[in-house]
Design a protein around this ligand. Sequence first.
Ligand SMILES: [Zn+2]
Length: 334
Amino acid sequence: MRKKSLYLIICSITALLVTIHIYAQDSAKRRHLPIIDVHVHAMKMNPAFAADMCPWFLSDMPGGDPNQPPPAFINTDCAMPLKAAKSDKEFQDSLMATMKRLNMTIIASGDASILHNWQQAAEPGRVIPSIGISSSKDMTVVAFTDSLSSGFYKVMGETAPQYQGMSPSDTSLDAYFAAAEKLNIPVGIHMGTGGNGTINITNPKYRASMGNPLLLEDLLARHPKLKVWVMHAGYPMADEMIALMGANAYVYVDVAGMIWSYPLAEVNDYIKRLVQAGFEKRIMYGTDLMIWPKLLETSIGVIENANYLSFDQKRDILFNNAVRFFRLDASKYQ
Ligand SMILES: [Zn+2]
């Protein structure tokens, strides 16, 4: 009897070891399921501003006084702050390694030389450049159209008139949107988030009211073929976001920025609300990646660990919805 149970134990351990071995071999061969991050910023690292950051830091806005110095925008007092990269090379190396390991593609806007470097370092097609413009002072319409026609830029964004206290339907931007519509270029518009006390601390012209998703309606009516996604999902205006998407069939959102800055329970409630309202096919994953390389894992983790989302809903948010919105070929990313 004792001999028999010893034999059974040995058999079980052997079986377990064989399973682990096969699994390890298998997962080494298989690539991670593809992920598209639709909201990345390419910027030159400035060590003087390279502050570490605790995710979900906007959980506390103590009532101060206008006659006192403004509160700190970013909190670094947590068990595991995300480290800011100290150089362009450090950031690029880390970004490329994560993109490779997690089978990622990014839509990135910002510094053109950084975008070129990333494109050269990444697998072909994995860095999709986007051209950001927020005011007619940034660039003439002709220069903008030329940039789009060159073929380097495939997307327009981040467009952020809200930081100028301007509506996205302001007619001063209309010729740019008309060019994007004509050239079939999808457009990302910043709406909603700004951070606690943004007007007092960093952006005096910012207006919370200009982040109302319903302000897009005039623009959408003027340009029926324009493909628009609302960056930051219009947070915190869920009702207006749902009303806008309900009335306008082609509007998508990304969850960038809000996914790692506002309180985590609030982030999950917001995403859940949009899914519950029926928009799981129109939510795209994005980070708003700037200077903290590990922000990618932090943000992907929010979707991966969302117990209110099914496997298919997670795949839609992390990949399928962006493929559909940006008219990409899914077979190139497997
Ligand atoms: Zn933004």
